[in-house]
Write a protein that binds this ligand. Structure first.
Ligand SMILES: [Fe+2]
Ligand SMILES: [Fe+2]
Length: 194
């Protein structure tokens, strides 16, 4: 069940990144941390490049096998498909908020609020996937489905991880984040360098 393992790991990383940003925004709001604008910008890029552009398309492939095998969970699948399709608008709103904040530090509260909205959305999105859809996927996919979807995931990973230096590796980004985020969450604060 390689595909499930990959989705699970990506959810964990995504939850950790959202938690880290939320923690930093609270520290900045309380005046205990000076904001690292480059770090916030890098996080928005990461959410776009991985969560929106690479994670959801893999899920669409996996969930597609469920709809081929069973009508169970149809309502949840429809909702998730709609939410996956709305990725460009969702990330554009966050990108806009971080750009406005970088241009004008007085707009911190707006950025923090836009981020809260994004994080709240993700929490319920992942919850629906993990609590409703993934158990059905485990129950209904056949051995052939697993072989096929695992191969599709391997192809996707190989195609995207090779030859695209502009997209820093998922794990490399994550360790860099840990190095820059303030204690007790990370080992920093240290300034983010692109
Ligand atoms: Fe998703
Ligand atoms: Fe997901």
């Amino acid at each position: 069940m390689e595909a499930l393992h990959i989705i699970g790991e990506e959810h964990q990383s995504l939850a950790a990144v959202l938690h880290a940003i939320r923690f930093m925004l609270k520290e900045v709001a309380a005046g205990r941390l000076s904001p690292d604008l480059k770090l916030f910008q890098a996080m928005v890029r990461y959410l776009d490049a991985y969560a929106e552009q690479r994670h959801h398309p893999k899920e669409d492939r996996l969930f597609n096998y469920l709809s081929l095998r069973s009508g169970e969970g149809k309502e949840a699948l429809d909702k998730l498909a709609e939410q996956h399709l709305a990725a460009p608008q969702r990330i554009a709103a966050l990108q806009h908020a971080v750009d406005d904040y970088v241009a004008d530090p007085a707009r911190f509260a707006e950025f923090a609020q836009a981020f809260e909205q994004y994080a709240d959305f993700y929490r319920s999105h992942m919850q629906l996937e993990e609590e409703v859809v993934l158990p059905l996927v485990r129950r209904h996919l056949t051995a052939e489905d697993w072989a096929a979807v695992n191969a599709e995931f391997r192809e996707e990973m190989a195609a995207n991880d090779l030859g695209d230096a502009s997209k820093a590796d998922f794990k490399a980004f994550f360790s860099k984040l840990v190095a820059c985020a303030p204690a007790p969450l990370g080992l920093g604060p240290r300034p983010w360098q692109d």
